[in-house]
Design a protein around this ligand. Structure first.
Ligand SMILES: O=c1ccn([C@H]2C[C@H](O)[C@@H](COP(=O)(O)OP(=O)(O)OP(=O)(O)O)O2)c(=O)[nH]1
Ligand SMILES: [Mg+2]
Length: 154
């Protein structure tokens, strides 16, 4: 995978991200780079059951034109603790210059403490295109027509 040259991702470290490891692909073929929590060293962010929290990553991500960042949950956190991303997949626009944050929700039945450096989610860099938006008066004909939501059987 790493033989395939992807776009450059510039990361601007914010003061509270000082010392936090860069997001990284954990294995050679990993689709997503793991994002780490930039919460205070002695201030874990505790998410109670049923609650949500915006977790800082400590970085501005300058995503190349023509790409987006998709913030997705980590399956291990979901399986073991019921922790997932509420807005999955989160969309990080290429023109966004604020800090990337991860919106976690606790679907488990115990408090979950997010500690500094914890790998909380993953980000995929994915190509996007913008459509040319045109209003029309009639839909074109197709074999499917208006059939959907199980119209071809289950
Ligand atoms: O998980 C996420 C999702 C979004 N963002 C940031 C980057 C993204 O470019 C911006 C806006 O996200 P989105 O378009 O999904 O939210 P919105 O509710 O439409 O806000 P806006 O009006 O700012 O576009 O928020 C994150 O940091 N993490
Ligand atoms: Mg938006």
């Amino acid at each position: 995978m790493q033989d395939v040259l992807g776009p450059t991702l510039r990361l601007i470290r914010l003061p509270h991200g000082e010392g936090v490891e860069l997001p990284a692909y954990e294995t050679r073929g990993a689709a997503g780079m793991d994002l780490k929590a930039a919460v205070g060293e002695n201030e874990p962010l505790v998410i109670a059951p049923g609650r949500r929290a915006l977790v800082p990553t400590g970085f501005i991500f300058e995503i190349a034109d023509g790409f987006e960042g998709q913030v997705r949950p980590r399956s291990g956190l979901a399986f073991k603790h019921g922790i997932t991303c509420l807005n999955t997949p989160g969309t990080v626009d290429s023109d966004y210059r604020g800090e990337v944050k991860v919106l976690l929700i606790n679907h488990g039945d115990e408090d979950f403490a997010v500690t500094r450096g914890m790998r909380i989610a993953q980000m995929l860099i994915t190509p996007v295109v913008q459509a040319r938006i045109v209003e029309a008066t009639q839909a074109s004909e197709t074999a499917r027509g208006a059939g959907g939501f199980g119209s071809t059987g289950v």
